[in-house]
Design a protein around this ligand. Structure first.
Ligand code: SF4
Length: 305
């Protein structure tokens, strides 16, 4: 089990915790903390450091946000609200500070389309509240799982072990709440999408697939890691991330489509309206190169740049 680690904790006041999102799903992003102790090696959110004045290493600091109560939560009715786009709202400090529980209580009767993204099972603490929310809002809880290999997981993040994420997903699913198995980021040659779908398909409504995207400071970190731990894969990573060869992910798309056919699942390239599906047949959503998916209508025709 990953031990809680020492984090430098601060406090910040923010006028509005609901931020208009530029992400592929649109709507609002809610991040009850600044920073994230999960410290994933591939974290795209580490760019946040630039905007917050933090000089410490990503994963070693966290600011607990405070905000004025949301006066009219119903103004978010029907809007997508994503909790945890640049932090995990259910990180280890949530146990003490309860900021994610606070925002969920504020949005409880909003009628919003709420998505919680996590790599933790702390979400189970709030199952009572989630069930209440699920009566008035469309609620979805998503767990990121990109491996079943605990050694690789430990190399990549300080979040909870995969088995605990899978167990939490099952509990939430069995309680009647829509769940997502977010296979992200898919590491070429390492992430076994078939094994993960096989393991989770009885307890999720959606499987999301997202490729590893290497940019900014962490490209070197990941390439060095592959050279050290998976040297046989280095030529493949160079092909994909230096020469921009997309054939690996194009082949993986075909494989995902085949798996969808085998399991009787829908295979689409964009989010659909909120829905639950028959157990064992999660809708598989292809978000590979998701910047091209934005605004498409599941036509398979991407908005290529
Ligand atoms: S859980 Fe998400 S926000 Fe936190 S470090 Fe990992 S990738 Fe970044």
């Amino acid at each position: 089990m990953t031990e809680p680690k020492n984090i430098i904790v601060g406090q910040v006041e923010t006028k509005n915790v609901m931020t208009k999102s530029n992400g592929p799903l649109g709507g609002y992003a809610v991040n009850p903390y600044v920073g994230c102790p999960h410290a994933c090696k591939y974290c795209y959110a580490s760019f946040m450091k630039r905007f917050t004045g933090h000089t410490e290493d990503w994963g070693t600091f966290m600011d607990v946000k405070d905000w004025p109560a949301i006066k009219d939560p119903t103004k978010y009715a029907g809007q997508k609200v994503i909790i945890g786009t640049v932090t995990d709202g259910y990180n280890q400090l949530e146990e003490k500070y309860g900021r994610t529980r606070k925002i969920l209580e504020e949005l409880k009767d909003s009628g919003a389309d709420i998505l919680i993204c996590t790599k933790s099972d702390l979400v189970l603490r709030d199952l009572d509240l989630l069930l209440e929310i699920n009566k008035k809002c469309n609620l979805t809880v998503s767990w990121s799982i990109n491996t079943l290999d605990e050694n690789f997981r430990e190399d990549m993040d300080d979040a909870v072990p995969i088995a605990r994420r899978i167990e939490a997903m099952k509990t939430v699913y069995d309680a009647g709440i829509r769940t997502v198995c977010f296979i992200s980021p898919v590491f070429p040659g390492i992430t076994d999408i078939e094994a993960i779908i096989e393991r989770t398909r009885e307890q999720c409504d959606l499987v999301w697939l997202e490729n590893l995207n290497l940019r900014g400071g962490f490209k070197k970190t990941i390439m060095d890691y592959i050279a050290d731990k998976y040297p046989d894969l280095l030529p493949l990573y160079e092909r994909i991330y230096t020469k921009k060869d997309r054939s690996y992910f194009e082949d993986l798309e075909k494989k995902a489509e085949d798996l969808a056919r085998r399991y009787g699942c829908r295979f689409i390239d964009n989010e659909t309206p909120y829905e639950r599906v028959e157990k064992g047949h999660p809708t598989i959503v292809d978000y590979f190169y998701h910047e091209e998916v934005r605004g498409t209508a599941n036509s398979g025709v991407r908005n290529k740049k």
